[in-house]
Write a protein of this length. Structure first.
Length: 318
């Protein structure tokens, strides 16, 4: 339905910014440079757009998103899979930069994704370091797997590479800790999070850097954002198993590891986990439910600036 409101979709590449306007069907292109970004902002302002939508493209979208945000233009950076699913549902299977921009504009007009402010420069740098730390961990694991099959001089080279990467990993940890210590706001949030049994430095920093919405959304919204909200798979009389997918994979992976620890050492999560197993829940489903519960707890803690507090139930004296 055309409400007279204007939406803009921007298809971002390393070299260009392709803009489409809904409902006017206008297509424009600017370079993804400082000059081109300024022209993009001016163009969007002239359209009177109430929302700009672009896909997450590995960082190429950040400069233009930041410029739009500084100009007070509501901007949403969405998961590319959402847009692909939308395009398939409308039968739009062809793909060009201009068509992609138009699909984004139509997606904005139909779905109305919620605009969220882009993290500031320091927060983005913290996220980049965290991403690099995750990459190093993955490379170390891969090299250790290769080491098991290597022989002779090749084994020595792989061992030296592992040693170098492990040193880099320590440097990343030191850099992450420095970022946290230099920001009073991040330090407060980090202290709150690490007061929870099961949440260590890596999970805490991951939440600070990659989940800035923590404490600003309700429990259902934050669970959906991370990707731990159960999704129905029903059809007619058939009731399929609930499952989780989507969301922020890096946050979810770190939360999973923290939850495993919490099922042993956090009294609330441990009791919840054991109760789920007792009533017949599969271990994987029980862990997912515990992830959601732990996320709900820390979301409330950050919202109310309240550190972890646990009061065991009083013993019943007969």
């Amino acid at each position: 339905m055309n409400t007279g409101q204007t939406y803009v979709g921007i298809d971002v590449s390393k070299e260009n910014l392709d803009l489409a306007v809904n409902p006017k069907k206008q297509i424009s292109r600017f370079t993804n440079t400082a000059t081109g970004i300024n022209k993009t902002v001016d163009y969007v302002i002239k359209t009177g757009s109430i929302l700009v939508v672009m896909e997450a493209t590995g960082g190429f979208e950040i400069p233009v998103a930041a410029a739009l945000g500084e100009s007070g233009i509501p901007t949403a950076i969405v998961n590319p899979r959402q847009v692909r699913d939308y395009a398939r549902s409308t039968g739009k299977l062809a793909k060009t930069d201009a068509l992609d921009a138009q699909i984004l504009a139509d997606f904005a007009a139909t779905v109305h994704p919620e605009p969220r402010p882009l993290a500031d420069t320091q927060a983005q740098e913290l996220k980049d370091i965290l991403t690099r730390r995750r990459q190093l961990n993955e490379m170390i694991t891969a090299e250790k797997n290769r080491l098991q099959r290597a022989r002779g001089v090749l084994r020595e080279h792989i061992r030296a590479h592992i040693d170098w990467m492990e040193k880099e990993l320590l440097d990343m940890d030191s850099e992450l800790r420095r970022f946290i210590e230099e920001s009073p706001m991040w330090r407060e949030k980090d202290n709150l999070l690490q007061s929870v049994p099961g949440i260590g430095p890596v999970l805490s920093i991951t939440l600070v850097a990659e989940l800035p919405e923590l404490g600003t959304l309700n429990r259902k919204q934050i669970a959906a954002l991370v990707g731990v909200a159960p999704l129905n798979r029903d059809s007619g009389k058939k009731r399929g198993n609930r499952s989780v997918w989507g969301g922020r994979a890096g946050v979810r992976a770190a939360l999973y590891m923290g939850t495993l620890v919490a099922t042993r050492f956090n009294p609330v999560i441990k009791r919840f986990y054991e109760r789920l197993l007792t009533v017949g829940k599969a271990k994987k489903a029980a862990i997912t439910a515990c992830m959601r519960k732990l996320l709900t707890i820390i979301n409330a803690m950050v919202k109310h600036h309240t550190p972890w507090y646990y009061s065991p139930e009083p013993a019943v004296i007969s």
